[in-house]
Structures are given as C-alpha cells and as structure tokens.
Design a protein around this ligand. Structure first.
Ligand SMILES: [Zn+2]
Length: 80
C-alpha cells in the first residue's frame, strides 16, 4: 500500500511540466485552466506562483488565463 502510494507520487512528479501557454505547473499541456476556457476573451492575469491560481479560482470571479511568473522559486529547475 505504502509502496503503491510512493509510486503514484513518483508518477505525478515525473509527469509534471510547465504549461507552454501560461507557465503553470501542470501534468497536462495546455493545463486544465486553459482547457476549461476555450475563449480567452478576458485579459490574462500575471501571478507570481502557481498557488496563487488556486486562490483566484476560489473566488470564481476570474475567467481569463493566467501567466505564472514563478518569482525566484523554480522547483522544476532545481531552485528552491
Ligand atoms: Zn496553462
């Protein structure tokens, strides 16, 4: 059981990449946020970290696209 969980976590990490459109950390490219939004009628918003997207999503007021700047932290590039 524990081994299966570890393997699942490993798979997720192996599949993570940056969205080619908005730079969000995702396992799908383009990411789910873009796939949900077939029209990009609203202007994009820049966020510093992928976690900021979750905070904005909770408000349900924003329906545009994101662009993640990743600040100075970039876990996919070995900087922590
Ligand atoms: Zn994206």
């Amino acid at each position: 059981m524990r081994e299966a969980l570890a393997a699942a976590v490993r798979d997720v990490k192996a599949n993570l990449r940056l969205c080619s459109v908005c730079n969000n950390i995702t396992d799908l490219d383009p990411c789910v946020y873009l796939q949900q939004r077939h029209t990009q009628s609203e202007p994009g918003v820049r966020v510093e970290e992928p976690t900021n997207i979750a905070a904005i999503e909770k408000t349900k007021h924003f329906n545009g696209v994101y662009h993640v700047l990743h600040g100075s932290i970039s876990p996919l590039h070995g900087l922590g």
